[in-house]
Design a protein around this ligand. Structure first.
Ligand code: SF4
Length: 63
């Protein structure tokens, strides 16, 4: 699974970075996802972060 934050949609609330800092971090006023496959141990929290995004800016792509 890969995570992607849509920079056009993110409002910089920091919620994803607080919930799953191993995958999401703030870069300036926007969140960015770590590139590449999400390690299995972080997948559940990455999904929780995506569901918690108030503007639905996070995409999780199974591949
Ligand atoms: S939770 Fe959503 S809006 Fe908030 S920083 Fe993360 S991607 Fe941006």
């Amino acid at each position: 699974m890969i995570a992607y934050v849509d920079p056009q949609t993110c409002i910089g609330c920091t919620r994803c970075a607080e919930l799953c800092p191993e995958i999401f971090e703030m870069q300036g006023i926007l969140a960015m996802a770590q590139p590449g496959q999400i390690p299995g141990e972080y997948a559940a929290r990455a999904a929780e972060a995506a569901q918690s995004c108030p503007v639905d800016a996070i995409r999780l792509i199974n591949c």
